[in-house]
Design a protein around this ligand. Structure first.
Ligand code: TXA
Ligand code: MG
Length: 317
């Protein structure tokens, strides 16, 4: 059992844990993170251990301001433009690692690039007050659904960590959008809390998509976000014994006999849908239904991130 402490009163204790090289679970605007001092190899190793995460999968480094970011990564005009437009906020920039960066190599899994993001809220206050960049993956066991509440963190990792800072449900609900900036080009590595269209509007050009060769985001395994139940995508009817993840106002055939029905957004709003995605998946999973039927969600705006998570949750494992 971890202590769950309200974010109003948790700051001093969280700083002390970070300085002592211990991981802390905390809210960001996207999902809860499991954060530790990115300059301390032993602290970072404890994150990999608590999550059961493979060591080849690098962590995002969270910073308090642009100056901290530029001591860790090499920024060019393009990455500066994106940081100016979207930070603080749910955008992770993968940029070349600065040669003098004080980041433990375990964080980047030995890569020559680093993922950087400036979060909002408690995470930002902790980084500024503690004076250390924080390496933080999502606060869930490797391969499972990300946590958007302190209770979900406690249920998954509570026996392996000391403190969960409770900031209520995270407003965005899906992880940050990850883009890689390299040689004057920007490539989408993971759709997330900022819609690709918004980034393209700032760039005035389409994002590159797909992998340039090799695995671009080593953590982007095909099976991820896995509920225990099977997930059936693009359902237009519910079969007996299934639970239903609905989207929008219409009711599909068989919905009235579903084991449980949860609607991502009855009015069909994609922001609301992203914010409720992981909680609804977890609740439907707990219903005990062997299969969750998921209605389709439009592939625009935050729908791209929602569909990405649903596809990974449905992938064979
Ligand atoms: O919203 C978020 O991004 C949350 C909150 C806690 O900040 N964090 C998060 O971290 O989702 P995580 O570890 O669950 O996902 C990070 C992803 C992984 O797929 C990892 O492979 C990729 O970022 N990544 C990190 N550094 C990278 C790099 N240098 N190059 C390519 N991909 C990288
Ligand atoms: Mg994750």
């Amino acid at each position: 059992m971890a202590d769950i402490v309200n974010e109003e009163t948790a700051l001093e204790r969280a700083i002390a844990l970070v300085h002592a090289g211990q991981p802390v679970a905390l809210p960001t605007e996207t999902v809860y993170g499991l954060a530790a001092d990115a300059t301390n190899g032993e602290a970072v190793a404890l994150i990999f251990e608590a999550k059961g995460r493979p060591r080849f999968n690098p962590l995002i480094v969270h910073v308090a301001d642009r100056a901290m970011a530029e001591r860790i990564g090499r920024f060019d005009a393009l990455s500066r433009k994106l940081a100016a437009a979207f930070w603080p906020g749910p955008l992770t920039l993968v940029v070349p690692l600065a040669p003098e960066a004080e980041i433990h190599p375990l964080v980047t899994a030995g890569l020559t690039s680093v993922g950087l993001r400036m979060p909002r809220g408690f995470a930002a206050r902790l980084i500024a007050a503690g004076g250390r960049p924080l390496a933080a993956p999502s606060a869930n066991s490797s391969g499972r659904i990300s946590a958007t509440t302190a209770a979900a963190v406690e249920a998954d990792l509570g026996d392996r960590i000391a403190l969960v800072v409770d900031g209520g449900p995270t407003p965005v609900g899906v992880e940050s959008t990850i883009v890689k900036v390299e040689d004057g080009r920007v490539r989408l590595l993971r759709p997330g809390g900022i819609a690709a269209e918004e980034i393209e509007a700032v760039l005035g050009a389409p994002l590159l998509r797909g992998e340039a060769g090799g695995i671009e985001a080593p953590g982007m395994m095909r099976s991820h976000y896995a509920p225990r139940a099977g997930l059936r995508l693009a359902a237009d009817a519910v079969a007996p014994g299934e639970a239903l993840l609905a989207f929008g106002p219409k009711r599909i055939a068989g919905a009235d006999r579903a084991v449980m029905v949860l609607n991502l957004s009855p009015v069909g709003d994609l922001r609301e849908a992203a914010a409720s995605l992981f909680l609804h998946l977890q609740a439907l999973d707990r219903s005990g239904a062997p299969v969750i039927a998921a209605e389709s969600v439009p592939q625009t705006g935050l729908g791209e991130a929602i569909n990405d998570r649903l596809r990974r949750a449905a992938a064979p494992r």
